[in-house]
Design a binder for this molecule. Structure first.
Ligand SMILES: [Zn+2]
Length: 346
């Protein structure tokens, strides 16, 4: 299993900034090569070809040869995924200096790379394990540098799937569990919104970026914590594959909700693997309409009945909380249901 460890790191008098500009040169060279190949209907150069074309430029660019290789290979991978030429990297691109795993050496709580020692804010110890390719120095929106280390660590054995939970991601509450527990939506903006408005009106660009970053951080932090709690509490987790189209009223809300839901699902997936729990994404169509007790479809219908929070089943008379019923259906549809879970009759 691979895990990413992230440490705050100093740029060493602008060293990383200089290197990331050289990285941009390499990247843009790859892009030019790609465009040239496209224009003359030549075979698209692979990472291997790009490596050959950039051989011997290490000294001139003051980059580690492994960094140049890593850029070429990453370019080729992204290009294959996108199926078209990529964007050029320029002043606005966040700094990025990738390297080969073998080129980073541990030195106590610091790291040695390309003749320099990088002291890091050692926020959590780096366990033993092989440092893999894909590791990099990267800048965040506020211009701070981080060292991301991709590490191969031992697999955690899967737990017996005893305690299960279904999760309904929603608009009113962030999530409702099949146990009836609800995770409230945090209103990140409320506190920082006023500050953001003042900074925006005063055209204080740096402050605006900083506040945006802070909001994003708080949000990720909240999602991480909730995901971790769930993985600790339950052995298997089934989440609905909801997306925001049709639910949210504005495009803005759609993108924000979608981003939140999909990153939460990804966190759950990763944390589940990390902790030996099971994770499953379940088709949740009709999950609000189907009664989780008897299976009839007398529940509230999608967007039209969004206001209905509680309902009584016409067939069997069970009382349902809309979101909990949906979460129960998600759990019922997952493959890992065990008799222990049962179906509570409310
Ligand atoms: Zn029913």
């Amino acid at each position: 299993m691979v895990k990413v460890f992230r440490y705050r790191v100093k740029s060493l008098n602008g060293l990383l900034n200089r290197q990331s500009r050289a990285v941009n040169l390499v990247w843009n060279f790859c892009n030019d090569t790609q465009k040239f190949a496209l224009k003359w209907h030549k075979r698209w150069p692979s990472g291997f070809d790009l490596n050959k074309l950039t051989t011997g430029t290490s000294k001139e660019l003051a980059l580690h040869a492994g960094t140049i290789n890593a850029v070429c290979e990453q370019y080729a991978r992204s290009r294959t995924q996108k199926k078209r030429p990529l964007r050029y990297r320029g002043k606005k691109s966040l700094g990025w200096v990738p390297f080969k795993g073998r080129d980073l050496k541990r030195e106590g709580n610091a790291f040695r790379f390309h003749g320099n020692t990088f002291r890091v804010f050692y926020s959590r110890p780096l366990p033993e394990g092989k440092i893999k390719d894909g590791s990099c120095f990267a800048q965040d929106a506020r211009g701070r540098w981080f060292l991301n280390i991709v590490l191969e660590v031992a697999d955690v054995p899967a737990r017996a799937p005893v305690r299960g939970v279904g999760i309904d991601l929603g608009l009113k509450d962030f999530a409702t569990l099949s146990t009836g527990q609800k995770i409230a939506n945090r209103r990140y903006y409320r506190v920082l919104e006023a500050k953001l408005g003042v900074a925006q009106r005063a055209h204080k660009g740096r402050q605006v970026t900083a506040i945006h970053a802070k909001i994003a951080n708080q949000r990720t932090d909240f999602l991480h914590k909730e995901a971790l709690k769930l993985v600790r509490q339950f052995d298997y987790i089934a989440v609905g594959n909801v997306n925001a189209s049709g639910l949210a009223k504005t495009h803005m809300a759609k993108s924000v909700l979608d981003a939140g839901w999909s990153s939460f699902r990804n966190m759950l997936r990763h944390k589940a693997i990390e902790h030996g729990a099971w994770f499953e994404e379940v088709d949740e169509s009709m999950s609000t309409q189907v009664c989780s007790t008897c299976g009839c479809t007398s529940g509230p219908k999608g967007v039209a009945d969004l206001g209905i929070r509680d309902w009584v089943c016409r067939e069997c008379g069970s009382r349902h909380d809309r979101d909990q019923n949906s979460a129960l259906n998600i759990l019922l549809r997952s493959g890992h249901r065990t008799p222990v879970v049962g179906i509570p009759v409310l």
